[in-house]
Ligand binder design. Sequence first.
Ligand SMILES: Cc1ncc(COP(=O)(O)O)c(C=O)c1O
Length: 335
Amino acid sequence: MTAQPQRPAFGTVLASHMAVATYQAGQWGRHAVVPVAPLELSPAAHVLHYASTCFEGFKAHRRADGSVHVFRMDMHIKRMLQSARQLVLPEPDPVQLAAMVREVIDRCRDAVPEAPGALYLRPILFGTTANIGAAATPATEASLLVLASPVWDYFAGGMKPLRIFVDDENTRSAANMGMVKTGGNYAAAMGPTLAARAKHRADQVLFCPGGMVQETGAANFVLIKDRQLLTRSLDASFLHGVTRDSLLTLARDMGYGVSERVFDIAEMLEWVKSGEAALSGTAAVLAGVGTLIHRGQEHSVGGGDVGPLTRALRAQLLAIQQGDAPDRHGWLQPV
Ligand SMILES: Cc1ncc(COP(=O)(O)O)c(C=O)c1O
């Protein structure tokens, strides 16, 4: 067996170039692709004080024939526009944003790793208006960047079943902000996540406000059993994952029953006695849960290992993303 090369951790390396556009006097200016460099920003910039910022994250995949394909960029751009609206930030022009992404991929083509690696794309929008008295005034100037980062296999060390702390005391966001991909939500999840890590050796926290299962700090949550899939129905309280949507579509294609509804911790704990649980998101695709920790008790999920249905769904999505299975839903665009 050949040794795995040591790869940088997810997100720690940026590709050489980024795309930049600025919004002033009521309109977006032309964008440019430039070498990655520190930004010039007023210390009074709106984002630094009032957290007027949102972002996206998705991947472009290199195929064996060298071609590069971006996965469901339209959905991520749509979500970015929705985040901007909710935060009263200038909305990016979706046509311009798509062009910025394509130009960054093209410029950084050599940095797209072989599968199972990918080029992770990170658009970020933030308010730049210089005004420290704008607590109730939206930013009228903004910057939109698209960064790229080569990422390698999230599971280079093997698919380790995750330990998840079930939290029915904290929330990861304000009730109306869950579906917005904004830094403040991640800041809110940080404290509970670090505490659960220190106290329970948990990898992630599953937020369950009011005892109802919602999502983790950076991924959606699904239950799988007997060719049935259960996940929370869409509402404003959590992020509408593109991976979640893709997996539900594939599950239906594969003849699974799919149920989207609100369910509580008790039902989840009953389900995992013989079923599977997994986290879904762009970074990890579908990551199996081995243990749920709730009120000081450890609940083994299935046999405590990553389950066969989780592996099958994950493999099917990866095969499509990497061009090894047909793209029946038109999710991939060549760049
Ligand atoms: C809070 C949260 N939920 C869910 C997801 C999954 O979303 P997606 O599948 O679009 O990556 C992410 C990751 O982006 C996330 O940060």
